[in-house]
Design a protein around this ligand. Structure first.
Ligand code: ADP
Ligand code: MG
Length: 244
Protein backbone atom coordinates (compact mmCIF):
# COMPACT_ATOMS: atom_id res chain seq x y z
CA UNK A 1 0.00 0.00 0.00
CA UNK A 2 1.38 3.45 -0.87
CA UNK A 3 1.52 5.76 2.16
CA UNK A 4 -0.74 8.83 2.22
CA UNK A 5 1.28 11.88 1.18
CA UNK A 6 1.96 14.45 3.89
CA UNK A 7 0.96 17.31 1.62
CA UNK A 8 -1.95 17.04 -0.77
CA UNK A 9 -3.52 19.73 -2.92
CA UNK A 10 -6.52 18.69 -4.94
CA UNK A 11 -7.96 21.11 -7.45
CA UNK A 12 -7.00 24.10 -5.32
CA UNK A 13 -8.11 27.42 -6.78
CA UNK A 14 -7.68 30.89 -5.34
CA UNK A 15 -8.43 34.38 -6.65
CA UNK A 16 -7.58 37.82 -5.23
CA UNK A 17 -10.76 39.76 -6.02
CA UNK A 18 -11.52 38.60 -9.55
CA UNK A 19 -7.96 37.66 -10.54
CA UNK A 20 -7.14 33.95 -10.36
CA UNK A 21 -3.69 33.42 -8.82
CA UNK A 22 -3.75 29.62 -8.42
CA UNK A 23 -5.85 27.45 -10.68
CA UNK A 24 -6.74 23.79 -9.99
CA UNK A 25 -3.44 23.07 -8.28
CA UNK A 26 -2.62 19.39 -7.86
CA UNK A 27 0.33 18.53 -5.66
CA UNK A 28 1.38 15.54 -3.63
CA UNK A 29 4.46 15.47 -1.41
CA UNK A 30 5.57 12.45 0.59
CA UNK A 31 7.58 12.28 3.80
CA UNK A 32 11.25 12.37 2.85
CA UNK A 33 10.66 14.36 -0.33
CA UNK A 34 12.16 17.76 -1.15
CA UNK A 35 10.14 19.70 -3.72
CA UNK A 36 11.20 22.97 -5.34
CA UNK A 37 8.51 25.25 -6.68
CA UNK A 38 9.73 27.36 -9.61
CA UNK A 39 8.11 29.74 -12.07
CA UNK A 40 8.33 33.39 -13.13
CA UNK A 41 7.15 36.37 -11.06
CA UNK A 42 3.43 36.22 -10.46
CA UNK A 43 3.11 32.55 -11.42
CA UNK A 44 1.48 31.75 -8.05
CA UNK A 45 4.32 30.33 -5.91
CA UNK A 46 3.60 32.49 -2.87
CA UNK A 47 -0.16 32.00 -3.14
CA UNK A 48 0.29 28.22 -3.46
CA UNK A 49 2.51 28.08 -0.37
CA UNK A 50 0.11 30.26 1.66
CA UNK A 51 -2.75 27.95 0.66
CA UNK A 52 -0.77 24.91 1.78
CA UNK A 53 0.21 26.67 5.01
CA UNK A 54 -3.45 27.37 5.79
CA UNK A 55 -3.09 31.15 5.60
CA UNK A 56 -5.51 31.42 2.68
CA UNK A 57 -8.82 29.63 2.24
CA UNK A 58 -9.21 27.85 -1.12
CA UNK A 59 -12.15 29.04 -3.24
CA UNK A 60 -12.32 25.51 -4.61
CA UNK A 61 -10.61 22.21 -3.86
CA UNK A 62 -8.66 21.32 -0.74
CA UNK A 63 -5.13 21.68 0.58
CA UNK A 64 -4.29 19.09 3.22
CA UNK A 65 -1.35 18.59 5.54
CA UNK A 66 -1.37 15.37 7.57
CA UNK A 67 -4.90 14.99 6.20
CA UNK A 68 -6.05 18.28 7.79
CA UNK A 69 -7.23 21.48 6.09
CA UNK A 70 -5.07 23.89 8.08
CA UNK A 71 -7.13 27.01 7.43
CA UNK A 72 -9.81 25.46 9.63
CA UNK A 73 -7.40 25.31 12.59
CA UNK A 74 -6.25 27.98 15.01
CA UNK A 75 -2.83 29.62 14.61
CA UNK A 76 -1.20 27.50 17.31
CA UNK A 77 -2.52 24.20 16.02
CA UNK A 78 -1.50 25.12 12.47
CA UNK A 79 2.02 25.78 13.70
CA UNK A 80 2.22 22.27 15.13
CA UNK A 81 1.58 20.76 11.68
CA UNK A 82 3.87 22.84 9.56
CA UNK A 83 6.76 25.27 9.81
CA UNK A 84 6.32 28.15 7.37
CA UNK A 85 8.72 30.87 6.25
CA UNK A 86 6.86 33.70 4.51
CA UNK A 87 8.41 35.50 1.54
CA UNK A 88 8.48 38.82 3.39
CA UNK A 89 9.38 38.34 7.00
CA UNK A 90 10.28 41.80 8.24
CA UNK A 91 10.90 41.68 11.93
CA UNK A 92 12.76 44.76 13.05
CA UNK A 93 12.61 43.56 16.61
CA UNK A 94 15.12 44.80 19.18
CA UNK A 95 15.54 41.27 20.60
CA UNK A 96 18.74 39.29 20.21
CA UNK A 97 19.04 36.65 17.50
CA UNK A 98 18.92 33.74 19.96
CA UNK A 99 15.59 34.97 21.41
CA UNK A 100 14.02 35.48 17.98
CA UNK A 101 15.09 32.03 16.78
CA UNK A 102 13.55 30.62 19.99
CA UNK A 103 10.19 32.16 18.97
CA UNK A 104 9.96 29.26 16.50
CA UNK A 105 9.13 27.00 19.45
CA UNK A 106 6.31 29.15 20.86
CA UNK A 107 3.58 26.67 19.91
CA UNK A 108 5.56 23.62 20.90
CA UNK A 109 5.33 21.54 24.04
CA UNK A 110 9.09 21.00 24.25
CA UNK A 111 10.83 21.79 27.54
CA UNK A 112 13.38 24.56 28.01
CA UNK A 113 16.35 22.24 27.68
CA UNK A 114 15.13 20.79 24.39
CA UNK A 115 14.27 24.26 23.11
CA UNK A 116 17.76 25.58 23.89
CA UNK A 117 19.33 22.58 22.18
CA UNK A 118 17.20 23.08 19.07
CA UNK A 119 17.98 26.80 18.92
CA UNK A 120 21.70 26.11 19.22
CA UNK A 121 21.53 23.51 16.42
CA UNK A 122 19.59 25.90 14.15
CA UNK A 123 22.04 28.76 14.81
CA UNK A 124 24.91 26.52 13.92
CA UNK A 125 23.18 25.10 10.82
CA UNK A 126 22.66 28.62 9.45
CA UNK A 127 26.16 29.76 10.55
CA UNK A 128 24.79 32.55 12.75
CA UNK A 129 26.09 31.28 16.09
CA UNK A 130 28.42 34.31 16.17
CA UNK A 131 25.43 36.65 15.90
CA UNK A 132 23.45 35.03 18.74
CA UNK A 133 23.58 38.04 21.08
CA UNK A 134 23.18 40.78 18.46
CA UNK A 135 19.80 42.55 18.09
CA UNK A 136 18.06 41.42 14.90
CA UNK A 137 17.31 45.03 13.92
CA UNK A 138 21.06 45.65 13.46
CA UNK A 139 21.68 42.81 11.02
CA UNK A 140 22.11 42.87 7.25
CA UNK A 141 19.32 41.64 4.98
CA UNK A 142 20.97 38.29 4.35
CA UNK A 143 21.78 37.78 8.04
CA UNK A 144 18.16 38.54 8.96
CA UNK A 145 16.94 36.07 6.38
CA UNK A 146 19.11 33.39 7.95
CA UNK A 147 17.67 34.24 11.38
CA UNK A 148 14.15 33.80 9.98
CA UNK A 149 15.11 30.46 8.42
CA UNK A 150 16.65 29.29 11.71
CA UNK A 151 13.43 30.25 13.52
CA UNK A 152 11.46 28.17 11.01
CA UNK A 153 13.77 25.18 11.55
CA UNK A 154 13.14 25.32 15.30
CA UNK A 155 9.40 24.89 14.73
CA UNK A 156 7.73 21.50 15.05
CA UNK A 157 5.78 19.96 12.24
CA UNK A 158 6.11 17.14 9.78
CA UNK A 159 5.99 19.64 6.94
CA UNK A 160 8.42 22.46 6.13
CA UNK A 161 7.31 25.22 3.73
CA UNK A 162 9.65 28.07 2.78
CA UNK A 163 8.96 30.90 0.34
CA UNK A 164 12.17 31.99 -1.37
CA UNK A 165 14.43 31.29 1.61
CA UNK A 166 17.58 31.94 -0.43
CA UNK A 167 16.43 35.35 -1.61
CA UNK A 168 19.13 37.89 -0.57
CA UNK A 169 21.59 35.15 0.42
CA UNK A 170 25.06 34.87 -1.08
CA UNK A 171 26.03 31.81 -3.12
CA UNK A 172 27.57 29.86 -0.23
CA UNK A 173 24.75 30.48 2.23
CA UNK A 174 22.10 29.73 -0.39
CA UNK A 175 23.74 26.35 -0.84
CA UNK A 176 23.86 25.79 2.94
CA UNK A 177 20.10 26.46 3.14
CA UNK A 178 19.22 24.12 0.28
CA UNK A 179 21.39 21.33 1.69
CA UNK A 180 19.67 21.83 5.02
CA UNK A 181 16.26 21.53 3.35
CA UNK A 182 17.35 18.29 1.79
CA UNK A 183 18.58 16.90 5.10
CA UNK A 184 15.28 17.91 6.77
CA UNK A 185 13.56 15.82 4.09
CA UNK A 186 15.94 12.92 4.68
CA UNK A 187 15.03 13.09 8.37
CA UNK A 188 11.42 12.40 7.38
CA UNK A 189 9.80 15.77 6.72
CA UNK A 190 7.97 16.75 3.55
CA UNK A 191 9.69 19.93 2.33
CA UNK A 192 8.45 22.46 -0.24
CA UNK A 193 10.57 25.50 -1.10
CA UNK A 194 10.01 28.13 -3.76
CA UNK A 195 13.02 29.59 -5.52
CA UNK A 196 14.06 31.71 -8.46
CA UNK A 197 17.39 29.98 -8.55
CA UNK A 198 16.97 27.19 -11.08
CA UNK A 199 20.54 26.01 -10.55
CA UNK A 200 19.87 25.42 -6.85
CA UNK A 201 16.59 23.68 -7.62
CA UNK A 202 18.28 21.44 -10.18
CA UNK A 203 21.05 20.58 -7.80
CA UNK A 204 19.09 19.82 -4.64
CA UNK A 205 15.43 19.04 -5.27
CA UNK A 206 14.03 15.52 -5.58
CA UNK A 207 11.10 16.95 -7.51
CA UNK A 208 10.66 20.23 -9.38
CA UNK A 209 7.19 21.72 -9.87
CA UNK A 210 7.05 24.46 -12.48
CA UNK A 211 4.16 26.92 -12.27
CA UNK A 212 2.90 29.15 -15.03
CA UNK A 213 -0.05 31.56 -14.73
CA UNK A 214 -1.14 29.82 -11.51
CA UNK A 215 -1.18 26.35 -13.03
CA UNK A 216 1.24 23.45 -12.81
CA UNK A 217 3.12 23.43 -16.14
CA UNK A 218 5.17 20.31 -15.31
CA UNK A 219 6.30 18.07 -12.44
CA UNK A 220 9.22 15.68 -12.29
CA UNK A 221 12.95 15.45 -11.76
CA UNK A 222 15.00 18.55 -12.58
CA UNK A 223 16.14 17.08 -15.88
CA UNK A 224 12.54 16.29 -16.86
CA UNK A 225 11.19 19.71 -15.95
CA UNK A 226 14.02 22.20 -16.51
CA UNK A 227 14.41 21.69 -20.24
CA UNK A 228 15.49 24.48 -22.60
CA UNK A 229 12.15 24.24 -24.37
CA UNK A 230 10.00 24.51 -21.22
CA UNK A 231 12.13 27.28 -19.68
CA UNK A 232 12.18 29.34 -22.88
CA UNK A 233 8.40 29.06 -23.08
CA UNK A 234 7.61 29.73 -19.42
CA UNK A 235 10.17 32.50 -18.83
CA UNK A 236 9.66 33.96 -22.30
CA UNK A 237 13.34 34.25 -23.12
CA UNK A 238 15.97 32.17 -24.85
CA UNK A 239 17.34 29.59 -22.41
CA UNK A 240 20.06 27.02 -22.88
CA UNK A 241 20.61 24.21 -20.38
CA UNK A 242 24.07 22.88 -19.56
CA UNK A 243 24.53 19.78 -17.42
CA UNK A 244 27.25 20.14 -14.82
P1 ADP B 1 4.83 34.46 -7.20
O1 ADP B 1 5.10 34.17 -5.77
O2 ADP B 1 5.02 33.30 -8.10
O3 ADP B 1 5.57 35.68 -7.69
P2 ADP B 1 2.18 35.28 -6.26
O4 ADP B 1 1.49 34.10 -5.72
O5 ADP B 1 2.76 36.26 -5.29
O6 ADP B 1 3.26 34.81 -7.34
O7 ADP B 1 1.16 36.08 -7.17
C1 ADP B 1 0.30 35.42 -8.09
C2 ADP B 1 -0.66 36.47 -8.67
O8 ADP B 1 -1.51 36.97 -7.67
C3 ADP B 1 0.04 37.69 -9.27
O9 ADP B 1 -0.66 38.07 -10.43
C4 ADP B 1 -0.10 38.74 -8.18
O10 ADP B 1 -0.14 40.04 -8.73
C5 ADP B 1 -1.40 38.38 -7.53
N1 ADP B 1 -1.39 38.71 -6.10
C6 ADP B 1 -0.55 38.24 -5.17
N2 ADP B 1 -0.83 38.71 -3.94
C7 ADP B 1 -1.90 39.53 -4.10
C8 ADP B 1 -2.68 40.34 -3.21
N3 ADP B 1 -2.41 40.38 -1.89
N4 ADP B 1 -3.71 41.05 -3.75
C9 ADP B 1 -3.99 40.99 -5.07
N5 ADP B 1 -3.30 40.25 -5.96
C10 ADP B 1 -2.27 39.53 -5.49
MG1 MG C 1 6.41 34.96 -4.39
Amino acid sequence: MTPIPMIQARGVTYAYDQRTAVNRLELSVAAGEFVCLVGPNGSGKTTALRLLAGELVPAEGEALIDGAALWRLGVRERASHRAFLAQHDRRDVPYPVRTVVGFGAYASAMDTHEREARVTRALSALEIGGLADRPVAELSGGERRRVAIARTLVQDGTVLLMDEPTDSLDLGHADVVMRRCRSEARDGRAVVVSTHDLNLAARHADTVVMLRHGEVRSVGTASDVLTAEALSEVYECDVRVMQH
